[in-house]
Write a protein that binds this ligand. Structure first.
Ligand code: PLP
Length: 452
């Protein structure tokens, strides 16, 4: 661990301090909970008592604008009345078992209507990683192949089949699943080939094709790709990259699994992010915002693929909690609300407004190297130098996080790649206020750390 990572709230000058009630409960829990909880919870030391829409209120009564939504989970925000009613009505009736419910029937039908192309079947799980594992199982069932291709900087959970594709989590966890290949993603701002988009001619896609010819045993079951990389910093690939990957997969006889865990259900201003490029994957994995906090995930595929065996054998695709009555109530209510309240459109328009505001800040602060995103999935990359694009140090971004918190904004700005994913219900006023506070906090760190 680097020294900067060790700096706790108490050691850091000008640090944010949680109120006494939050602090007491947080400290007590720390004695018993495993280390390794989400950074945002660890750094803030806050206990959230309740929420309303895109705001939180902590145990000491302090209010925060939520700019992270539990990493894209709280699509309807907090304390949504329709959602609360649906879940409490359901839990009072029945909450376990895998029998069909009306909610589940309705949900599956709506999914078949809103999912792209011929993707008309869904199976439900409980966590993102589990859904991705199931998608890999389905791809292997259908293709009878066994290799999986992932992308640098990708994130798909921390379980066995995908851990080999991740940058860091695989360290000391070997041996990893065999037949896993990791190839570059078109992260143009930090191009792994140091090229410029204006004249690279999508060199990375060409490289992927050639690299796989060398590395693969010719039995690729699936390419697993985020249409926009979330954990890597809301990285949007340039036009044409995804299409090129789709073509390579086709040539290899492999399926495309689009992991839309974060980007799905309106987050990017379309129901699914693949729609921005008019692409239809073979399987989409979904989770997070689909259940607005209820632990539910899923995979969506076509009749043809999802019937592959052994995946489709009785009990072959199911799990204990996947699609149980509570999950069905949560997903059905969330999706219906997203559609009825036009949250996909809201994500697009307000997301554009936010991006423009961030671009104006970029003109003011040279350490804002890149502003990118789609809808309400926005990334801001902070650099020491716009030429070298070397990222800002962690102790500076940690100070930025504290300055935002002090002013009532909860945002994932503790790393050089700020990820802005507010609840889809955030209002324009709230978004504006949060970005004004971010602007003010940028000004403070610029002065404190002598950034130009
Ligand atoms: C794209 C993507 N896939 C899969 C996952 C794993 O989801 P979970 O944490 O629910 O296992 C994540 C989590 O951040 C994700 O961003």
């Amino acid at each position: 661990m680097k020294t900067t990572e060790k700096i706790s709230n108490h050691q850091q000058k000008n640090a944010f301090e949680a109120g006494p009630k939050s602090k007491a409960i947080f400290k007590d829990e720390q004695k018993y909970i495993a280390p390794g909880v989400q950074s945002i919870a660890l750094f803030s030391e806050l206990v959230m008592e309740k929420g309303e829409g895109a705001t939180f209120i902590d145990a000491d009564g302090n209010k925060y604008i939520d700019m992270y939504a539990g990493v894209g989970v709280a699509s309807l925000g907090h304390g949504h009345p329709k959602y609360a009613k649906a879940i409490s009505d359901q839990v009072a009736k029945i909450n376990t078992g895998s029998f069909t419910t009306k909610h589940r029937r309705d949900y599956c039908k709506t999914i078949s209507e809103v999912a792209p192309g011929n993707l008309n079947r869904i199976q439900l799980y409980s966590s993102g990683a589990e859904a991705v594992e199931a998608a890999i199982r389905l791809a292997k069932s259908y293709t009878k192949n066994n290799e999986i291709v992932g992308f640098w900087g990708g994130f798909h959970g921390k379980t066995g089949s995908v851990i080999g594709l991740l940058d860091t989590f695989k360290r000391e966890m070997g041996p990893i699943m065999s037949g896993v290949h990791s190839v570059p993603y078109a992260y143009c701002y930090q191009c792994p080939f140091k090229m410029k988009l204006s004249n690279c001619n999508l060199f990375c896609a060409d490289y992927i094709k050639k690299a796989l010819k060398q590395a693969s045993a010719g039995r690729i079951a699936a390419f697993l790709i985020e249409p926009i990389q979330g954990t890597n910093g809301n990285v949007v690939p340039p036009p044409g990259f995804l299409k090129a990957v789709w073509e390579i997969a086709k040539e290899e006889g492999a399926l495309i699994i689009a992991d839309e865990m974060i980007s799905g259900f309106g987050r990017t201003g379309k129901m699914f992010a693949v729609e921005h490029e008019d692409l239809i994957p073979d399987i989409i994995t979904v989770g997070k915002g689909m259940g607005n906090g209820f632990p539910v995930s899923g995979l969506i595929s076509s009749d043809e693929i999802i019937n592959a065996k052994p995946f489709s054998n009785p009990s072959g695709s199911s799990s204990s909690y996947g699609g149980n009555p509570l999950a069905a109530a949560a997903t059905n209510t969330t999706l219906n609300t997203i559609i009825e309240d036009k949250l996909v459109e809201h994500s697009k328009t307000l997301g554009e407004f936010m991006m423009n505001k961030l671009r104006t800040m970029q003109e003011k602060y040279r350490f804002i190297g890149d502003v990118r995103g789609r809808g309400m999935m926005i990334g801001v990359e902070l650099v020491k130098d716009r030429e070298t694009r070397e990222n800002l140090d962690k102790h500076i971004t940690r100070a930025l996080f504290d300055e935002c918190l002090k002013r009532g904004v909860m945002s994932m700005c503790y790393s050089h790649s700020i990820r802005i994913n507010p609840p889809l219900v955030i209002t324009k006023e709230q978004a504006e206020e949060a970005l004004d506070i971010l602007d003010e906090s940028f000004g403070i760190i610029a002065k404190r750390f002598n950034l130009n």
